[in-house]
Design a protein around this ligand. Structure first.
Ligand SMILES: Nc1ncnc2c1ncn2[C@@H]1O[C@H](COP(=O)(O)OP(=O)(O)OP(=O)(O)O)[C@@H](O)[C@H]1O
Ligand SMILES: [Mg+2]
Length: 497
């Protein structure tokens, strides 16, 4: 029982938006799906008319076999549905081409069919081998040009010589060819197309000058990707009904495979291109550490680290040392995941850590402190001076402790009103020289920490300026404060030290 009638003209009008080149692709892919070794495509204007003759001929020994009726039957189970390595599956393509034609003929090994104004006529004419589709359709010169350009985009399968208007379409050698498991669609026992994972070959092909990189299904271009290279998948890809797109998740996976394989050829432009970001964002977890590092090298440079909210000074130090500081928003969650896993971006706090004078670790060895009774007169004089000046500058009492610890990598430290001077680093000479400029330089720095711990912060800078200014003022108003005589010459030695 017939449920449907097809309005051929209506279908043809709907197909207009696809352009005419798809017709060539449909016929060529049918020919490539056979055991042909040669496929000849011709497209020529019928002189003096707005019509062209399109012919696609192959040399497949079996021709259409028992499927000649499929040439005009929509949606019958395609004999190629179960074969992941054949392009056909909808049993539709050939009929769409027929819809565009004013007249056509398909001749094959078991017979021929003519399509004319009068309808469809089966004929007994048989070909020795191979099949030919010949159709007459309307086409402008512009559309003919489009078809010629589209044919040049094809990637002919290695074993099939394919000609267009007599010229052999050149083979397009792969830059890389590799195997991977990818989603395909293949009919189950009930003839229903299902998606399944299957191992296949992927060919990465250099686009010709001016060509937009595309995703291909066994040599037939499907969708422009704008990636760096063409990518030709050697099995059915999960196509939409229009045969002009794939799900974004599929494309991202193909991109990730291509990125992994081609990482040695990546440029800075690639690293910032949407295709690499797509691969990193959606499949960062599948990429090798080397690939993730390479992409980040190209995007941010080899000297890079992550903004570290737990160590604000470390961020400034990193920038001042020429590191590119990567902020959270510059990478997606997935990219951060991949970058962390690959150890490709360390936090600033680990790359340029802020030296911490007093270890956060409570088990750390305590500083070796020199008790006051062991201070030399020169040390006592500097300590006394520092306490005096500190009180004036900061407006609060300052206590001096002398550390004698060469393993502690600081000359001094200041916190909670306590100034620690490290004899182990400064040496006795520093105290004995009693060089006021040298001593004040250290004091200004350490007292600056009364205001800020961050050496590279504006607050710290402000504090140093303020202290410098105040110190000068003090020197003018009360020069006695700056007398660096040993303590006992100024006051009796303080008790209890
Ligand atoms: N050149 C050819 N040689 C042999 N058989 C062919 C050829 N062209 C078409 N056929 C047969 O005709 C059928 C219909 O072709 P059609 O392009 O409409 O559908 P399909 O290739 O099966 O699926 P799709 O719609 O995905 O292209 C094919 O399944 C195939 O059996
Ligand atoms: Mg087909």
């Amino acid at each position: 029982m017939h449920w449907f009638e097809v309005d051929k003209q209506g279908l043809a009008r709907l197909l207009e938006r696809k352009g005419k080149a798809f017709a060539l692709f449909e016929l060529i892919q049918n020919a490539w799906d056979t055991r042909s070794t040669e496929v000849n495509v011709t497209l020529s204007r019928i002189s003096g008319t707005r019509r062209v003759r399109l012919a696609v001929e192959d040399d497949n020994p079996e021709g259409f076999g028992n499927y000649l009726s499929h040439a005009f039957t929509l949606f019958a189970d395609s004999s190629k549905k179960g074969d992941a390595q054949a392009r056909g599956r909808f049993n539709l393509g050939e009929k769409l081409v027929l819809a565009l034609c004013d007249e056509a003929e398909i001749a094959s090994t078991k017979g021929s069919v003519m399509f004319t104004d009068a309808g469809r006529i089966n004929r007994r004419t048989k070909r020795e081998r191979g099949s030919v589709f010949e159709g007459v359709l309307k086409m402008t010169d512009g559309e003919m040009q489009e078809c010629a350009e589209a044919v040049r985009r094809l990637i002919p399968p290695p074993g099939i010589i394919t000609r267009f208007n007599g010229s052999v379409l050149p083979q397009r050698p792969a830059l890389e060819e590799f195997e991977a498991t990818l989603l395909t669609e293949i009919a189950d026992a009930d003839g229903v197309l299902r998606r399944a994972q299957r191992r296949t070959t992927i060919r990465v092909v250099m686009p010709a000058p001016g060509e937009t990189p595309m995703l291909y299904e066994m040599g037939i271009p499907v969708v422009e990707t704008g990636d760096r290279w063409h990518c030709d998948i050697q099995q059915k890809i999960p196509l939409n009904f229009d045969r002009d797109n794939v799900p974004p998740s599929y494309l991202a996976r193909v991109r990730a495979l291509m990125l992994e394989r081609m990482q040695g050829m990546l440029t800075e432009e690639d690293a910032n291109a949407p295709w690499v970001r797509d691969a990193m964002q959606k499949h960062g977890d599948e990429l090798s550490d080397a690939t993730v590092s390479r992409v980040l090298d190209l995007r941010f440079g080899e000297k890079r680290c992550a903004y570290d909210p737990s160590d604000p000074e470390a961020n400034n130090r990193a920038v001042s040392k020429g590191y590119a500081l990567i902020y959270g928003s510059q990478l997606s969650k997935e990219e951060w995941g991949a970058a962390r896993r690959a150890g490709a971006v360390l936090p600033a706090g680990q790359v340029t850590p802020t030296p911490k004078p007093f270890s956060d670790n409570p088990d750390a060895m305590p500083l070796k402190v020199l008790p006051p009774e062991k201070w030399t007169p020169a040390i006592a004089a500097v300590a006394d001076y520092a306490e005096r000046i500190g009180k004036q500058l900061l407006g609060c009492p300052v206590m001096v402790a002398i550390a004698s610890d060469v393993s502690w990598p600081f000359s001094g430290a200041f916190g909670a009103g306590r100034l620690t001077l490290n004899l182990g680093r400064l040496g006795h000479g520093w105290f004995e020289r009693a060089d006021l400029a040298e001593i004040n330089q250290l004091l200004i720095h350490e007292f600056g920490h009364h205001y800020s711990g961050n050496h590279l912060s504006a607050d710290f800078h402000e504090a140093l300026c303020k202290l410098g200014g105040k110190l000068t003022q003090l020197a003018i108003e009360d020069p006695d404060l700056f007398d660096l005589q040993p303590t006992e010459m100024r006051f009796p030695a303080p008790k209890g030290r």
